[in-house]
Design a protein around this ligand. Structure first.
Ligand SMILES: [Zn+2]
Length: 68
């Protein structure tokens, strides 16, 4: 869900966005409000293979443990 703050010039779409989190719920307005997309939300939208990266790290750790 996209939302924005009256004071902000950008809108947010990602729940993990720290900038969006900083906007108090009572100040959140649903929609884009004709604003630009927040840079952080843009980045989060592009960085989809986060889960894969975490799995890869765990696999490496497991291999190391087996060697020990
Ligand atoms: Zn954002």
């Amino acid at each position: 869900m996209a939302f924005y703050s009256k004071r902000s010039k950008v809108y947010h779409t990602d729940a993990r966005c720290p900038v969006g989190k900083a906007v108090k719920k009572k100040n959140r307005i649903p929609g884009k409000g004709g604003r630009k997309m927040c840079n952080f939300c843009k980045t989060m939208g592009k960085a989809k293979p986060v889960k894969r990266a975490k799995k890869a790290k765990k696999a490496k750790r497991a291999k190391k443990r087996r060697r020990w």
